[in-house]
Design a protein around this ligand. Structure first.
Ligand code: 8X3
Length: 258
């Protein structure tokens, strides 16, 4: 059964990876979309393709989730029909490097925490009042990570940021328990996206090494899981869901080579 058709879905970090795959998956289900990201040209290309393939409404927003004033301006000025947000996918996030905390740049601390933690808070604070006003049976999906469950070498700051996402998600679920709004945390393990390329500042060789000999998840696998969680009947709330490829048993310590 398709409970998603015609819903309004707001996705951050929609230009690539899990965000983009999730946009495609919702479009296929007949949902309308608000796609947010830093690269408006890519978002416009995605919008054009979606309009060609599906009979849905798509609106694109350019902002960095660290920029509170820009988010306020863009979201508060959405056309009225796009303010009726049913599902929020807090997906924007990144990692930078694999350095020891005492050797990392100060800038990297700010970028990771401001994007993964404060950015998610800004978006949630601005979007959820619209959800409650227009679509009280809404759903918030927060993309955390297996990194939220155990730290790994060089990942301390990133892992901490994702542990914060898990805890914020739990907090939101409690805050919203008096409403029918559901809150779901999704913890993907290794996923083949440009995540590692960003982490290593465009160094594709180094990024490829992360998944060498391992079969990671595809972004589409995570998108399917998000669709599953948000398409369940209203009385069912997936609080937290961890998915890894069949090759991975936990965070970064236990996996099977191809
Ligand atoms: C991203 C997956 O394995 O780099 O959340 O922590 S990993």
């Amino acid at each position: 059964m398709n409970r998603i058709s015609k819903k309004m879905v707001f996705i951050t970090g929609a230009t690539s990876g899990i965000g983009r795959a999730t946009a495609m998956a919702y479009a296929k289900m007949g949902a309308n979309l608000i796609l947010a990201g830093r690269n408006i040209e890519i978002l416009k290309e995605i919008k054009a393709k979606l309009h060609e393939w599906y009979d849905i409404k798509v609106y694109v927003l350019k902002f960095d989730v660290r920029d509170l004033e820009k988010i306020k301006d863009e979201v508060n000025n959405l056309p009225e029909e796009f303010k009726k947000i049913d599902i929020l996918i807090n997906n924007a996030g990144l990692a930078l490097g694999l350095n020891k905390i005492h050797e990392s740049s100060f800038d990297s601390f700010d970028t990771i925490m401001d994007t993964n933690v404060k950015g998610l808070l800004y978006i949630t604070r601005i979007v959820v009042p619209y959800m409650l006003e227009h679509s009280p049976e809404g759903h918030i999906v927060n993309i955390a990570s297996t990194a939220a469950q155990a730290a790994y070498s060089g990942g301390g700051v990133y892992c901490a940021s994702k542990a914060a996402v898990k805890m914020l998600s739990d907090g939101m679920r409690i805050d919203l328990v008096d409403t029918p709004v559901r809150v779901t945390t999704i913890n993907p393990g290794m996923v083949e996206t440009n995540f590692s390329i960003t982490r290593f500042d465009g160094d594709k060789k180094r990024a490829d090494k992360v998944y060498e000999g391992i079969e990671p998840l595809a972004a589409e696998d995570v998108a399917d899981t998000i669709i599953y969680a948000t398409n369940l009947p209203l009385n069912v709330q997936i609080c937290e869901l961890t998915l890894t490829s069949n090759h991975q048993a936990d965070g970064r310590t236990s996996y099977r080579k191809k």
